[in-house]
Design a protein around this ligand. Structure first.
Ligand code: ADP
Length: 367
């Protein structure tokens, strides 16, 4: 049986349906990330699991028992907030001891637990300081330490790193991964940042408009996105998506897109979905730049970004779309130069009229 089960969960705020039929399971020890754009419902879902919001339907089971009616303080979950929410008048040590004191644990046990966690989080030299004398990263570590000391069944993190600068975010991200490996605890983490989701998660729950768009490992979402939303949300730069003009269904699918580009896709795994107003997608790293004559798509170089380890080239196609290519170009194009762009035969995605992946990518014959 799964450790945490979210069963057909709904949440309404007045007329707004913030969560629609959310249904998934989490295994003990998993690091699960809820990710999606602002307003998709990820914080509401986390807060409903914590008991800080009531639900409008459905159930939540933790360790075999329903907790939907259980008071937040009795759910055995610990939440770490973006704002840290430390007690400003208390020292680091008192902040970290607070929950154990409330639970009337013996003083010796409190000293021992706080000391151990402080050491693991490199806070042992700061135990007598108050929060205002700490950096943002140190405050966040205290907030995490305070949760760990409680030894909850599930840790809930609500965008815990978003107040930190970019370098510190990366550092804390690595520390969190290390901490998860050490503690082997069940963690749920909310973020709008797909890189955080990809780097931290065993399992990603990607949400859109109050619904689960897909659940999978980071690489499943990257390589087998269920729909156009997931395909374009995961990955930087984004997957290029161009509207398809016409699909001719013969021995192969003959796909006309952009101004005059055409490719043929095999039909072996095509499930016959409607392809009127379909779109075609390819990731920046599956494209290469070549001469205009050799390309599947033609266009003009609009912007070149040289990042040292890679070059991103933005090409404006004849029909006015911009596509991005991640590669070290075989030849270095100049700005505004006319070039061709070649597709990788095995890495083309076709999305049906509703944006669902038709999963027919495979070998491509260039026409
Ligand atoms: P996210 O965390 O993904 O940014 P939220 O869970 O905060 O999204 O919000 C989901 C939806 O619910 C949004 O449309 C938001 O406006 C709405 N919402 C969130 N909290 C409240 C509230 N307390 N009252 C009314 N609407 C809310």
């Amino acid at each position: 049986m799964s450790y945490l089960q979210v069963k057909h969960l709904y949440k309404k705020y007045g007329e707004t349906l913030a969560l629609k039929d959310i249904d998934f399971e989490i295994q003990k020890g998993e690091f699960v990330v809820f990710v999606g754009p602002s307003g998709c419902g990820k914080s509401t879902l986390l807060r409903t699991i914590a008991g800080l919001e009531s639900s409008s339907g459905g159930d939540i089971h933790l360790d075999g028992e329903s907790i939907i009616e259980t008071h937040p303080s009795k759910r055995d979950v610990a939440m770490v907030f973006q704002s840290y929410a430390l007690y400003p008048h208390m020292t680091v040590k008192d902040n970290m001891s607070f929950a154990l004191k409330l639970a009337k644990r013996p003083q010796q046990e409190i000293e021992q637990k706080v000391g151990k966690v402080a050491k693991a989080l490199k806070l042992d030299a700061l135990l007598d300081r108050k929060p205002k004398a700490l950096s943002g990263g140190q405050r966040q570590r205290v907030a995490i330490g305070r949760a760990i000391v409680r030894n909850p069944k599930v840790f809930l993190f609500d965008e815990p790193l978003s107040n930190l600068d970019a370098a510190l975010r990366v550092e804390m991200r690595i520390e969190l991964s290390r901490l998860h490996q050490e503690l082997q605890s069940t963690m749920i983490y909310v973020t709008h940042d797909q890189i955080e989701a990809m780097t931290l998660a065993d399992k990603v729950v990607i949400m859109s408009q109050g619904e689960v768009a897909q659940i999978g490992t980071p690489l499943e979402l990257y390589h087998q996105p269920a729909n156009r939303f997931v395909a374009t949300f995961i990955g930087t730069p984004k997957m290029n998506v161009l509207p398809v003009n016409k699909v001719t269904d013969g021995e192969m699918l003959d796909v006309a897109f952009n101004e005059d580009a055409r490719i043929r896709l095999p039909k072996d795994t095509y499930d016959g979905r409607a392809l009127a107003s379909a779109s075609i997608g390819f990731r920046p790293e599956s494209l290469t730049i070549c001469t205009a004559d050799e390309g599947d798509i033609k266009g003009d170089v609009e912007v070149i970004e040289q990042l040292g380890s890679e070059t991103l080239t933005y090409v404006r196609t004849l029909s006015g779309e911009t596509i991005v290519i991640r590669a070290e170009p075989k030849f270095t194009p100049k700005l505004r130069e006319s070039v061709g762009v070649k597709l990788d035969p095995s890495k083309v995605y076709l999305f049906d009229s509703e944006g669902k992946t038709t999963n027919i990518y495979g070998e491509v014959s260039h026409v």
